[in-house]
Design a protein around this ligand. Structure first.
Ligand SMILES: *Cc1c(COP(=O)(O)O)cnc(C)c1O
Length: 368
């Protein structure tokens, strides 16, 4: 008998999150030079970090012996300013993933329910499991969140409804009208969580911050990991009415966002140039993949984000075969999509290489 049987049952039930395969690990396993490997598996920014963020971080290193500002004064103020909100509306997280956890800490228990779409970001389900709550999964025909069905699924026990917009891994987006109608139906005992990790990529994303301004039960999640190219720093934030933000603040660790990350993020906010370059590169890359998939008769899901879901058949095999040639994509069997892979948009050279390798492994399979 081991200590395991005394462990929290909800932890035992968890299936750990499987991240994109790291470059170094792949290089070790294949005996390749890490520099030859193309990783298009985690929706990272192919242009790298914002250059302004890099120099701010170098400077911040000099003060690494001092604890960070646990209140995140400068960063929260700067974020609030960009939205015309108050600092009291902003909660910083160790990635926006941590805000998801703080929401669950604050509102979930064994009697509570969390609602999400069938092909939504998998972390919602992990968190619901961890807190012993009921995870309610709503079908998403055409891979698009069905907000009317999600509103129908709300019960007196519902506390959190997650709307990932654009969603990962599908890249689909729901529009303003559907969101407005959903918010009309949201009862006072539930919170709409708009996970907007890819908010900066689409041309006309819906406005959900208006619900925060109106003091509704809404929490908007954003991150520095995607458009700003700072995934390694682990910094994201939640935007919520002050009384809700205050609750989330209580649930976090005192120094949850480190000082280097705060400095980098603060500089990145001002780097409009890097954001615009990222958007342009992404737009071109999406068009490249969509044209290429169309030409090959491959089914894909039109994307509003910085990745694209494509139906290759045998996603696990395609992932493994591409890996052997040094291209890391993401298999989707964990998302109940065993026939699909998700490809993050890279530089033009990375996109071309990825497509060549995809062609090669699909041709090889067809000729067996
Ligand atoms: C990438 C992503 C996040 C953000 O992750 P971080 O913890 O901020 O790096 C959140 N939600 C979705 C849907 C994502 O794809």
């Amino acid at each position: 008998m081991t200590i395991d049987r005394y462990a929290n049952r909800f932890v035992c039930d968890l299936v750990a999150y499987e991240p994109g395969k790291p470059i170094d690990e792949t290089a070790r396993e294949l005996g390749l030079d890490p520099a030859q490997i193309v990783k298009v598996a985690s929706n990272e920014n192919p242009l790298g970090p914002s250059p302004l963020a890099k120099s701010a971080m170098r400077e911040a290193m000099e003060e690494a012996h001092i604890y960070p500002d646990g209140g995140g004064y400068k960063l929260r103020s700067a974020i609030a300013d960009t939205f015309g909100l108050d600092r009291s509306n902003i909660v910083l997280g160790n990635g926006s993933n941590e805000i998801i956890e703080l929401l669950c800490h604050t509102f979930l228990n064994r009697d509570a329910e969390l609602i999400a779409a069938k092909h939504a970001f998998v972390v919602y389900k992990l968190m619901a499991t961890l807190f012993g709550a009921k995870y309610v999964e709503v079908p998403d025909p055409g891979f698009i969140h069905d907000l009317a069905a999600m509103a129908d699924a709300i019960t007196p026990e519902t506390r959190l409804v997650f709307i990932a917009n654009p969603n990962n891994p599908t890249g689909t987006m729901v529009g303003q009208e559907a969101i407005d109608r959903f918010m009309d139906r949201l009862p006072e005992h539930a919170i709409a969580v708009f996970d907007e990790a890819y908010y900066e990529f689409p041309d006309n994303p819906p406005d959900t911050l208006k619900y925060v301004r109106e003091g509704r039960n809404a929490c908007v999640l954003r991150t520095f990991s995607k458009i700003h190219g700072l995934a390694a720093l682990r910094v994201g934030y939640g935007v919520a009415p002050a009384h809700l933000a205050e609750l989330l603040q209580k649930a976090r660790q005192p120094f949850n966002v480190n000082a280097i990350a705060q400095a980098g993020a603060l500089a990145a906010i001002a780097d409009a140039d890097h954001m615009e370059k990222t958007r342009q590169l992404n737009r071109a890359g999406l068009a490249f993949y969509e044209d290429s998939f169309r030409a090959r008769g491959l089914e894909f899901v039109p994307s509003h984000a910085n990745f694209i879901l494509v139906r290759t058949g045998e996603g696990d095999r395609v992932f493994r075969d591409m890996l052997k040639q040094g291209v890391i994509v993401r298999a989707m069997s964990g998302y109940k999509l065993p026939d699909w892979v998700r490809i993050s948009i890279g530089t033009q050279a990375q996109n071309q290489r990825c497509l060549e390798v995809l062609d090669a492994v699909m041709t090889a399979a067809a000729s067996v």
